[in-house]
Design a protein around this ligand. Structure first.
Ligand SMILES: NC(=O)c1ccc[n+]([C@@H]2O[C@H](COP(=O)([O-])OP(=O)(O)OC[C@H]3O[C@@H](n4cnc5c(N)ncnc54)[C@H](OP(=O)(O)O)[C@@H]3O)[C@@H](O)[C@H]2O)c1
Length: 203
């Protein structure tokens, strides 16, 4: 389980306010090895790997702990032994984190890269360490722009695309995809509604 402790800082005093700390994250982070914990779920919208075509392409865009559902997808593809799902397609993970030391599960992903070079691609945007083309922070949308030609070709050929992470990352990503579509003489809104209709896009 991947849990990030949620702590609230009062914007006026810049001091921590324990009365508003994240209930679930702090409960889990304060628990000790051996403690018994009751869990339930999933609740609300669930995100599941479509397994009807084991040769499909899956493009995964994540920020921070948003990588967690994709870690599950990748374990399913490359680690678990599933008789009816022998993955032979392409999984491409784009991960945005602040610094090298905040990359989650890098060892797992690097191993997949080594063991399955034809089926896995892994690109990181280290927000505060790398610079984008205009000299600003390197965000996942900058990486998407860098590989936009390939991404659009894959989408045209039926690739699935997923986004998970901060809600605030979506406007920047949408703007980038729109800009790229326009450069290619395509209408992003139409493409987006087609992707959603085909159920090949999940946020
Ligand atoms: N649905 C699920 O299953 C699931 C699972 C896990 C997590 N999540 C969600 O994923 C989110 C991740 O939170 P976190 O605390 O782990 O992330 P975080 O560390 O706060 O953010 C990760 C990176 O995103 C960058 N970022 C900030 N604004 C951005 C923007 N507009 N465009 C692109 N990148 C941007 C940040 O860069 P800077 O700080 O340098 O600006 C930061 O380095 C949470 O909202 C969590 O609830 C969902």
């Amino acid at each position: 389980m991947c849990v990030r402790r949620a702590v609230y800082y009062d914007p006026d005093t810049a001091k921590e306010d324990p009365s508003k700390q994240g209930v679930c994250s702090n409960f889990l982070c304060n628990s000790k090895p051996g403690d018994k914990i009751k869990i339930t779920g999933p609740s609300g919208k669930i995100i599941l790997l479509p397994e009807d075509d084991p040769n499909a392409t899956h493009i995964m865009i994540a920020n921070g702990t948003g990588v967690v559902p994709f870690r599950g997808y990748l374990r399913r593809m490359f680690m678990e032994s599933v008789p009816k799902f022998k993955f032979g397609g392409l999984a491409w993970l784009f991960l945005g984190v602040a610094n090298t030391d905040s990359i989650l599960y890098d060892d797992e992903f690097t191993k997949y890269l080594k063991d399955y070079p034809d089926n896995f691609r892994y690109d990181k945007a280290l927000n505060r360490e790398q610079k984008n083309r205009s000299g600003g922070k390197m965000y996942v949308q900058d990486k998407i722009e860098e590989y936009s030609d390939e991404i659009f070709k894959l989408l045209d050929n039926g690739a699935h695309i997923y986004f998970c992470g901060l809600k605030g990352m979506m406007p920047g990503i949408q703007d980038t995809l729109k800009k790229v579509a326009e450069q290619r003489g395509e209408n992003w809104e139409e493409k987006l509604s087609q992707l959603k209709k085909n159920k090949t896009m999940e946020c």
